[in-house]
Structures are given as structure tokens and as C-alpha cells.
Ligand binder design. Structure first.
Ligand code: MG
Length: 330
């Protein structure tokens, strides 16, 4: 028998988030789970209604009725991991395999040369740019970066563009720079023919569009080479089967969620890195800076593209669990 509590919160973005979301506050809830054996674990529930998730209130209401959305199911699974480590009174991040992360440019219009230089000095070598709002200007921005710096670029279209717009975007890029584009993520809504087309121009990664794909149907290689894994959203084992079957690469990212979700993503990423050192590319878990800082984000200590530490037992934040208010789910 499990018992649940939630702590509702709002995250205030410092900038717009790609073509998908503006800078309005985003709602989510921390989840506390207690098991009959006395174990207690914590995780995050952070819906993206833009991608079809039920609102946080709906997620909680369903949990109260004993119905688990896939998001909450995943959240309980992560809380269980935290609980296990917490019960051993050890820190989840002590001595784990190092994972390098990309630098996220969620709003290129606010991105300065100084910010770029600082990121380079800190050791970032891969930059992910959210695109799909102003194709020409975004392509110029990318071209300019690649003209000046020896870095790799990841483009995230978030499936907000169609195949023609994707092709148009690529046509604006300097052909000499295409090899520096590591991949283009969700270039258009999932459609086998369109994605095969897109894959002729750039290597493709699949993120949210994976929800729409019937992977059992693939006999030959799919048109994407990279799978974006969001441990707070998807079943890891199913994804790993796919990655192994088709020799794909993977990237673990946060869900641009609460620092507690970020902590879980970082932990999963480093566990995967240990077993798949060459399959796991630079990840995208360092997203706490996308929002106004708070007590939780202050605990996620970074060292350039790497996590330095999150102190405490389990995934950390020990004293904060006592400080925040919890509402029982019933
Ligand atoms: Mg994406």
C-alpha cells in the first residue's frame, strides 16, 4: 500500500521556451511516496499540456482515484529509486559516472556573445538551439555561431514546423556547416515518408514524436539515428530495446522540469553512461537555469557541462522536504 502527498509549485521561465511555450509560469507538483516498509521517496510531476498531457490538477485527481497516468506512473518509479537509495542513507550522486551536457539556447533572440563565450570557457562543446519560430533569422544565428566557433549544434524543431519549413530552414544554412549539425530533433510531425525525406538532409533525432510511432513496425532502420530519453516521462526499458535493436544513439534530457525532475534525469543519465559509454551522447539535463532560481535549484551545483553535486541522501534536498507543505492525496 502506497501513500501519496503532493506539493504544488510554479516555475517561472526566464525566457520563452522555443516555438512551443511562451514565458508564462508552468505548473507542476512534487510527489512524496511512502511505502508500507517505511521507505519514503520523492519525485516530480511536470505535465506538458502542449504535448497532450493532462493538467497537473487532472493528474492529481486521477491519482486520488487510483488511476495512474503514464507521467505519474513514471514519477512513482523514480520516487521508488530515490527511496531505495535514501533508505541506505547514501547520496545518489556520490562517485557516479560523469555525463557531459549540452548548453540549451531556448530563446536565441536573448542570447549574447558574452553568454556564448562564458559557456565555451566553462567547457560546453555542444549547443542545442530551439528553433521553429523565425526560420531565416534562426538559421542565420546558427550560421553565425558555426562561422565563429568550433562547436556542435543540435536543432530542436519540436515538430512545430512541417517538412517544407524544415527543408527551407536547411536551405538557409551554409552547406559547409551541415557536418557541424549533430542532429535535428522532431523536424516535423511524425510521418514516415516526411521523416525519411528529412533524414536525407540532416541526421534526425526523435523526442516527443516517439509517442506516435509504432516501433514494432520497423523492419529496417528507422529514419532517425538518435532517441531523446526523458526519464521522467518514458519507460526506459522499452526505449533501450529500440536503441539496441537499431544501433541508435541516445541523449538523456530533463523535461525542462523542477530541479527534482532534473536530479532524477541526471541520475538516470549517469547510470546509462556507465553501461552505454559510446551510445549515450552529450545529454541535456542542465535546465534549472531556464527558470527563476529557488531553494531547490540552488542545490543543483554545476561544474560547466557537468553536475558537481546535489548534497543529501537519495537524490538530495533533505531539509527542503521538511520545509515545504505537503497535501495528502485522497
Ligand atoms: Mg525536443
Amino acid at each position: 500500500m502506497m501513500k501519496f502527498w503532493v506539493h504544488r509549485y510554479e516555475l517561472k521561465p526566464l525566457r520563452a521556451i522555443g516555438a512551443v511555450a511562451d514565458a508564462k509560469p508552468r505548473s507542476g507538483a512534487l510527489l512524496k511516496v511512502a511505502w508500507a516498509n517505511g521507505n519514503v521517496g520523492y519525485s516530480d510531476i511536470f505535465p506538458w499540456p502542449e504535448y497532450g498531457d493532462a493538467s497537473i490538477e487532472k493528474q492529481i485527481a486521477m491519482l486520488a482515484k487510483g488511476k495512474l497516468t503514464s507521467l505519474v506512473e513514471q514519477s512513482i518509479w523514480l520516487a521508488k529509486k530515490d527511496a531505495a537509495i535514501r533508505s541506505e542513507k547514501r547520496n545518489a550522486f556520490a562517485g557516479i559516472t560523469k555525463v557531459k551536457n549540452h548548453y540549451l539556447i531556448s530563446d536565441y533572440t536573448k542570447f549574447t556573445d558574452d553568454e556564448f563565450k562564458n559557456a565555451r570557457v566553462e567547457g560546453f562543446t555542444t549547443f542545442k538551439v530551439k528553433v521553429g519560430r523565425d526560420l531565416k533569422a534562426e538559421a542565420n544565428f546558427v550560421t553565425e555561431i558555426l562561422r565563429k566557433h568550433a562547436v556542435l549544434i543540435r536543432l530542436d524543431f519540436g515538430a512545430k514546423t512541417n517538412i517544407d519549413q524544415f527543408k527551407e530552414f536547411v536551405s538557409y544554412l551554409n552547406p559547409n556547416n551541415l557536418a557541424k549539425i549533430e542532429f535535428a530533433e522532431d523536424p516535423c510531425p511524425w510521418d514516415l515518408v516526411n521523416w525519411i525525406d528529412a533524414s536525407k538532409l540532416l541526421p534526425i533525432a526523435i523526442d516527443f514524436e516517439a509517442d506516435r510511432v509504432d516501433f514494432n513496425k520497423f523492419q529496417v532502420k528507422p529514419p532517425f539515428r538518435v532517441v531523446v530519453i526523458k526519464p521522467t516521462r518514458m519507460d526506459l526499458e522499452k526505449t533501450l530495446m529500440l536503441v539496441n535493436k537499431f544501433a541508435l544513439k541516445m541523449v538523456v534530457t530533463s523535461s525542462l522540469d523542477h530541479p527534482v525532475g532534473v536530479a532524477h534525469a541526471l541520475l538516470q543519465a549517469s547510470e546509462l553512461k556507465k553501461f552505454y559509454p559510446n551510445t549515450l551522447l552529450d545529454c541535456g539535463c542542465l535546465t534549472t537555469q531556464a527558470y527563476e532560481p529557488d531553494e531547490f535549484s540552488a542545490r543543483v551545483k554545476l561544474n560547466g557541462p557537468f553536475l558537481k553535486e546535489i548534497s543529501g541522501t537519495g537524490i538530495g534536498f533533505d531539509d527542503l522536504w521538511e520545509e515545504i507543505e505537503w497535501a495528502p492525496v485522497k
